[in-house]
Design a binder for this molecule. Structure first.
Ligand code: MLT
Length: 411
């Protein structure tokens, strides 16, 4: 009989969002009349921008013709997409990149997981707590960790608490680490880091030959001037950072699927014998072997995000979600609930009322207000006593959810 990958057995329960889905299904089947408002998983609700849809449709029409038909594309993505991303999204930040440093993918979740392929298992990895669960669970799956302790910390991973006390920017680890996951604007706390704060990490990485995995999936939601949209805005970051970006939240592609990874040419790792080796080359080798590229219509749709018309429409939807974030943040704050985030990110991180545990609050909110959110403890032990609400709902639902929470807990 084939042996399984036993490391999977170390994982705690199911993946967070399917577990929430299971509890919500159980509730709705027992209470079919309840109008449940879902502000749990950060899934978008607004339709694709018309300019993006037009490009998508016209790319599908291309596939119906012999002369414009597209078969296998470049595994790394079409140059016309990489180039427009560089021109429209990186150049304005003062960041110069080459098309071969941008790898287009079918989404950032897979990229954050797949990147582990090109790193040795004995690297010491530092992960936030609370954190997007993919970083933690994929390290467990590949066998980088031992078992979890009773709190949920896996042996072998260095956890960096993101707390209100440190303003959600962790301290440098006291032991030397090789790989550091940073996500700003942060999921789940909705908070951001300044350029000076990121520089501390870049300097650490340069001094310790470490690599930063910088997840910038929510960069388009930044509203405060001066907050960095990319780690490469920090001097020296190209020598120590891989950046992940996504069209999921920016342009409503959660169902369409498109993301990107930036692996600069100057970024090096070391071989077992201590020689430097290009991570761009390795990632390219991995990509060409294991991936056949995001689909042609999806890449056409993604490119249309950067047209003048496309960006105007996409930006209007981002503004709509950020207005939702404001409504949630201000509504709950007025009700006496302590909230973080929601200014430069579409997530509000709130302290559970009456000192409730995160899952107790989840159950109470679902049962009594018919509102779904995400328990903070699902993102890591330091998330206990916190709760995440997503701003990706539609306006009416967001307003109703806030009213229901205020009616229940407002002072
Ligand atoms: C979240 O709710 O944290 C995200 O939607 C999950 C994801 O992007 O995979």
């Amino acid at each position: 009989m084939a042996r399984i990958n036993d490391h999977y057995l170390k994982l705690k329960a199911g993946y967070l969002f399917p577990e929430i889905g299971r509890r919500v299904r159980e509730f709705t089947s027992a209470n079919p009349e309840a109008k449940v408002i879902r502000l749990g998983i950060g899934d978008v609700t607004q339709p694709l921008a018309p300019a993006v849809l037009n490009a998508f449709r016209s790319a599908i029409d291309d596939l119906a013709t012999e002369d414009r038909f597209a078969g296998y594309g470049p595994e790394q993505g079409y140059d016309w997409l990489s180039q427009v991303i560089i021109d429209k999204s990186y150049k304005p930040l003062g960041v110069e990149l080459k098309a071969n440093e941008v790898f287009i993918s079918d989404g950032s979740k897979c990229d954050c997981a797949n990147i582990l392929d090109i790193f040795a298992l004995d690297n010491i990895v530092a992960i936030g707590d609370p954190v997007y669960p993919v970083y933690n669970d994929t390290n467990v799956m590949v066998g980088r960790t031992g078992e979890a302790d009773e709190k949920g910390y896996y042996k072998g991973i260095v956890y960096m608490p993101f707390t209100a006390e440190n303003n959600f920017v962790p301290e440098l680890p006291s032991e030397k680490v090789d790989i550091i996951y940073l996500c700003y604007p942060n999921n789940p706390t909705g908070t951001v880091a300044t350029k000076e704060q990121l520089k501390v990490w870049v300097d650490y990485a340069l001094a310790n030959d470490a690599i930063i995995f910088f997840d910038a999936a929510y960069e388009a939601f930044i509203t405060t001037p001066g907050i960095p949209h990319s780690i490469y805005e920090v001097e020296g970051a190209k020598q120590c950072s891989i950046e992940f970006r996504s069209f999921s939240k920016t342009a409503g592609f959660t169902g369409v699927r498109c993301g990107l990874v930036v692996v600069p040419e100057e970024l090096m790792g070391t071989t077992a014998s201590g020689e430097k080796y290009s991570l761009n080359k390795l990632w390219n080798r991995r990509t060409t072997t294991k991936f056949n590229g995001a689909s042609y219509p999806v890449q056409k749709a993604a490119a249309a995000v950067y047209s003048d018309e496309g960006w105007m429409q996409v930006k209007a939807t981002i503004d709509y979600y950020m207005e939702n974030a404001r409504i949630i943040r201000e509504g709950l704050t007025a009700a006496g609930i302590t909230c973080y985030g929601g200014v430069d990110a579409p997530y509000i991180w709130l302290q559970t009322p009456e000192g409730m545990s995160s899952w107790d609050f989840f159950d109470k909110l679902l049962n009594e207000c018919h509102v779904v959110g995400t328990p903070g403890s699902g993102f890591g032990p330091s998330g206990e006593g916190y709760f995440r609400l997503s701003a990706f709902g539609d306006r009416e639902n967001v307003e109703t959810a806030v009213q229901r929470i205020k009616a229940k807990w407002g002072k």
